[in-house]
Ligand binder design. Structure first.
Ligand code: HEC
Ligand code: HEC
Ligand code: HEC
Ligand code: HEC
Ligand code: HEC
Ligand code: HEC
Ligand code: HEC
Ligand code: HEC
Ligand code: HEC
Ligand code: HEC
Ligand code: HEC
Ligand code: HEC
Length: 262
């Protein structure tokens, strides 16, 4: 039975007979080294990039229990859960949707509905994007991370910079991509990056003749976009109380922090 299947199959499918008798002798069950004779493509894929499905397991650890035609094909295709269980990631559906080739398990291709799957390993990023509603949270992770695990996009794949010459590393000094509307920054923002949108103020400040002209925007507008400092935060109460009683605001005499009159 086996022998006749084999001869027929090999003749039809592969056009050679010599290895057949060896592989399919009833006394000599199949071994891992036999598979290449008839499944060369699979074996070569596995050799080239099988990862732990090459080093930790062999063909027959997965394809157990026989071989067609004596055993139906579907009975020798393993469930992933045979060996992978006990983690959230292993409760997902459609393992082969991403791990498209079980013989090269780290060749991963994402579909277009991945949030739950990414969440099994990156809950911090999934929570960050959910907890801070923005346009980015409307998309699947794969809009930006494409279908290749670990891919980091450049903002300019989808956006124009605020000023010419701005690069990705500038963008992320102000924006955190998974919560893009919460603009926060350190002390390393050059005035021209604020001036991209507040050009008039940048020019006014730079044209000044007082010591304010030498300061960075973010020295005064610390940390969070839109933060307004008070003069007293830095200067305390420089004038006698009596004098100040007559004036409501520092700017009544000093005009404007960006166009300071001394
Ligand atoms: C002599 C040739 C030959 C050898 C050696 C051989 N196979 Fe096969 N194998 C076949 C043929 C032909 C089929 C297709 C049977 C069918 O379609 O009914 C098949 C089918 C299979 C299938 C099912 C494929 C499907 O489409 O679902 C698996 C899995 C499989 N072989 C694994 C192995 C493994 C593992 C080895 C080595 C241990 C091996 N085979 C050795 C010829 C061979
Ligand atoms: C980690 C488990 C695992 C290992 C190891 C493994 N396979 Fe498979 N193999 C599978 C699964 C799962 C499928 C079904 C894939 C599908 O449904 O798309 C499969 C499908 C196949 C098929 C039929 C589909 C095809 O791609 O032609 C053949 C033939 C096959 N394997 C041969 C082999 C051979 C030969 C080896 C050893 C080099 C091997 N397998 C190692 C899990 C494994
Ligand atoms: C016969 C047992 C067995 C089966 C069935 C099996 N695996 Fe594995 N797999 C292993 C072992 C053992 C490792 C290495 C240890 C580990 O990472 O858990 C492994 C590792 C992996 C890896 C990491 C590979 C690497 O090189 O780091 C992936 C991804 C993977 N398996 C996916 C799958 C998927 C998807 C399926 C179902 C199509 C599957 N496995 C079926 C045994 C199996
Ligand atoms: C949405 C895509 C996706 C789906 C669906 C998916 N995986 Fe994964 N899997 C990944 C990614 C991405 C990795 C990380 C690979 C890396 O570390 O480079 C991974 C890693 C693994 C690993 C190795 C790391 C580990 O945690 O041991 C195994 C094993 C694994 N997956 C098995 C499975 C099984 C089993 C299923 C189905 C129950 C499955 N995967 C479903 C994308 C997916
Ligand atoms: C099975 C676990 C697993 C799954 C599922 C998984 N990842 Fe990862 N991912 C990892 C590991 C492990 C790393 C490398 C270590 C790290 O940076 O945390 C990583 C790294 C990354 C990186 C950073 C690469 C870099 O260069 O810093 C990105 C981006 C990423 N994953 C995106 C995703 C996206 C998007 C998904 C869902 C489509 C996903 N991952 C699914 C385990 C996984
Ligand atoms: C609008 C595009 C975009 C979307 C949508 C997006 N990411 Fe990212 N992701 C990025 C960029 C850009 C980086 C690099 C951030 C950096 O360098 O600071 C990144 C970094 C990562 C990293 C690496 C670790 C880190 O935080 O830097 C992981 C993991 C990750 N993203 C997972 C996800 C997951 C999961 C989703 C879906 C819930 C997702 N991302 C949605 C653009 C995006
Ligand atoms: C794959 C495309 C893509 C990438 C990559 C991407 N974005 Fe977006 N982003 C969008 C889309 C689409 C919108 C919504 C429409 C719009 O405002 O242009 C958006 C909106 C935004 C918004 C406004 C959010 C809101 O809710 O109003 C900011 C800020 C933003 N992106 C910053 C960034 C930054 C910074 C990066 C890089 C770290 C980046 N984006 C990478 C596609 C992308
Ligand atoms: C100096 C800080 C800063 C830098 C650097 C920065 N942004 Fe922004 N960005 C902002 C602020 C503040 C807003 C919100 C303006 C508002 O409230 O309308 C914004 C808004 C956006 C928006 C929403 C649409 C719009 O134009 O108002 C996108 C998209 C965006 N930035 C992308 C980028 C990209 C891409 C880069 C890098 C080339 C970048 N940003 C660099 C501060 C910055
Ligand atoms: C992408 C354009 C953009 C960039 C870049 C930008 N801003 Fe703004 N900024 C705006 C817009 C639009 C408003 C007015 C709407 C609002 O109140 O959010 C504003 C408002 C402000 C306000 C006033 C808030 C209030 O309550 O009156 C301050 C202060 C400010 N920005 C400082 C800065 C500083 C400092 C930088 C550089 C770190 C900067 N901005 C970068 C667009 C931008
Ligand atoms: C974040 C801190 C900060 C804030 C807020 C601030 N200043 Fe100043 N100011 C400075 C610094 C620093 C100097 C330079 C001091 C020096 O070098 O001796 C300065 C100098 C001055 C001077 C002297 C200018 C000169 O050329 O000698 C005046 C007047 C002044 N500030 C008024 C104001 C007024 C009015 C406000 C509010 C509208 C204000 N400042 C807000 C930090 C600040
Ligand atoms: C010396 C501290 C200081 C510096 C430097 C500074 N600002 Fe201001 N800024 C202030 C103060 C104080 C106010 C609030 C004025 C008020 O309440 O009348 C203000 C108000 C603003 C406002 C809102 C009101 C308006 O005038 O439109 C914007 C926008 C702004 N600053 C942007 C900038 C930008 C952009 C830079 C850099 C080019 C900058 N500031 C540099 C102290 C400063
Ligand atoms: C009635 C007008 C007036 C008001 C109101 C006023 N100042 Fe002045 N301020 C002056 C004059 C005039 C000088 C210059 C005095 C000098 O050079 O000795 C001055 C000097 C300063 C200096 C520089 C001191 C130095 O040692 O160089 C600072 C800082 C200052 N003012 C901050 C403030 C702040 C903060 C407020 C609001 C609490 C304020 N001023 C309100 C008139 C005023």
């Amino acid at each position: 039975m086996r022998k006749s299947f084999c001869t027929t199959a090999i003749l039809l499918a592969f056009g050679f007979v010599s290895s057949c008798g060896v592989a399919w002798s009833a006394d000599a069950p199949l071994e891992n080294s036999d598979c290449v004779k008839c499944h060369a493509k699979v074996v070569h894929e596995n050799q080239a990039d099988g990862g732990k499905h090459k080093t930790e397991v062999g063909c027959l650890d997965c394809h157990v229990g026989g071989h067609p035609p004596s055993t139906p094909k579907e009975d020798i295709i393993p469930q992933c859960s045979m060996c992978h269980s006990g983690e959230a990631h292993f409760e997902l559906n459609n393992c082969l949707g991403c791990h498209q080739n079980p013989h090269q398990p780290l060749h991963i291709v994402f579909g277009d509905d991945n949030v739950a799957a990414c969440n099994t390993c990156h809950p911090a990023q999934v929570n960050e994007i959910k907890d801070n509603p923005s346009a980015h949270g409307e998309f699947d992770c794969s809009l930006c991370h494409h279908d290749k695990h670990g891919y980091i996009p450049d903002c300019m794949e989808c956006h124009e910079p605020h000023r010419p010459g701005q690069t990705y590393s500038d963008c992320i000094t102000c924006h955190r991509v998974h919560q893009p509307t919460n603009v926060t920054y350190g002390q390393d923002i050059p005035n021209k990056d604020c001036g991209a949108c507040h050009g008039d103020l940048m020019d006014t400040l730079a044209a000044g003749t007082t010591k304010h002209a030498t300061l960075q925007c973010v020295y005064c507008h610390k940390d969070t976009h839109g933060y307004l400092p008070a003069c007293q935060d830095c200067h305390g109460d420089p004038h006698p109380q009596l004098m100040m009683k007559k004036f409501m605001k520092c700017t009544d005499c000093h005009k404007d922090p960006h166009d300071l009159v001394k």
